[in-house]
Design a protein around this ligand. Structure first.
Ligand SMILES: Nc1ncnc2c1ncn2[C@@H]1O[C@H](COP(=O)(O)OP(=O)(O)OP(=O)(O)O)[C@@H](O)[C@H]1O
Ligand SMILES: [Mg+2]
Length: 224
């Protein structure tokens, strides 16, 4: 029995394209212990986003298995996978993916309400999280009125809203300028370490990767 927070066992993923089958992951293996922060650094097109989507239970692999906290996700129904994802996993995208019609606070409240948290409690937690990312006074702004760095901070707060044990991030500061990227990334790492979360964070930036506990890469569909 593995004590890993995230385990990928012989994970395969193929895409069907006009040119035929494109094997992206061919038996990827990875274990991340509770509290361990791992950087995923690999060239464009090698399958980083694919891997993160599989680990985040947003997609199902064509082969192999994804274990979250020791639980085999492939054996679960869609409903059970959604529940597991909501309770255990936070996901940060490269482009914030915030709901444009909702305020910063509402974007952090919604995932909590979907998990069954009462509105008042969810609002209090959203305010606290946003405050922790320097966004006090901005809670009622819609994403369109926030800077890129602020939008990503809201997206990070949203990912942490349901107190996940695993944080997955796909180039979370990839669309920010160097200075902002560095600041937001530092805040993200501090938040992840402070909460003792396991994390898998894709980045193109070797300096950012060097600040994590371990660096892995993807080559020929395998993790090395
Ligand atoms: N839905 C899809 N249908 C067909 N091919 C896809 C699909 N999604 C991804 N691919 C292909 O799979 C490969 C891996 O894509 P992926 O997005 O995982 O790479 P990546 O490492 O995240 O790249 P980047 O650094 O540019 O974000 C690419 O060749 C891509 O074109
Ligand atoms: Mg990608």
């Amino acid at each position: 029995m593995s004590s890993a927070m995230l385990r990928l066992a012989a994970v395969e993923r193929r895409y069907r394209t006009e040119a035929g089958e494109l094997p992206v992951l061919r038996g990827a293996e990875l274990e991340i212990a509770p509290g361990e922060i791992v950087a995923l650094v690999a060239p464009s097109g090698t399958g980083k986003s694919t891997l993160l989507h599989l680990a985040g239970l947003l997609e199902r692999p064509d082969g192999g298995e994804v274990f979250i906290g020791g639980k085999a996700a492939g054996k679960l129904s869609d409903k059970e996978r959604t529940a597991l994802r909501r309770s255990e996993i936070g996901f940060v995208y490269q482009f914030h993916h915030l709901l444009p019609e909702f305020t910063a606070e509402e974007n952090v409240v919604l995932p909590q309400m979907m998990a069954g948290v009462a509105r008042a409690k969810a609002s209090a937690r959203a305010k606290e999280l946003l405050g922790g990312f320097g966004l006090q006074g901005r809670e009622h702004h819609r994403p369109g009125r926030l800077s890129g760095g602020e939008q990503q901070r809201v997206a990070i707060a949203r990912a942490l809203a349901n107190e996940p044990k695993l944080l997955l991030a796909d180039e979370p500061t990839g669309n920010l300028d160097v200075g902002t990227s560095d600041r937001v990334f530092t805040e993200l790492l501090t938040a992840v370490r402070g909460r003792g979360l396991a994390a898998l964070i894709a980045t193109h930036n070797p300096e950012l990767a060097s600040r994590m506990d371990r660096v892995v890469t993807l080559k020929d569909g395998k993790i090395t």
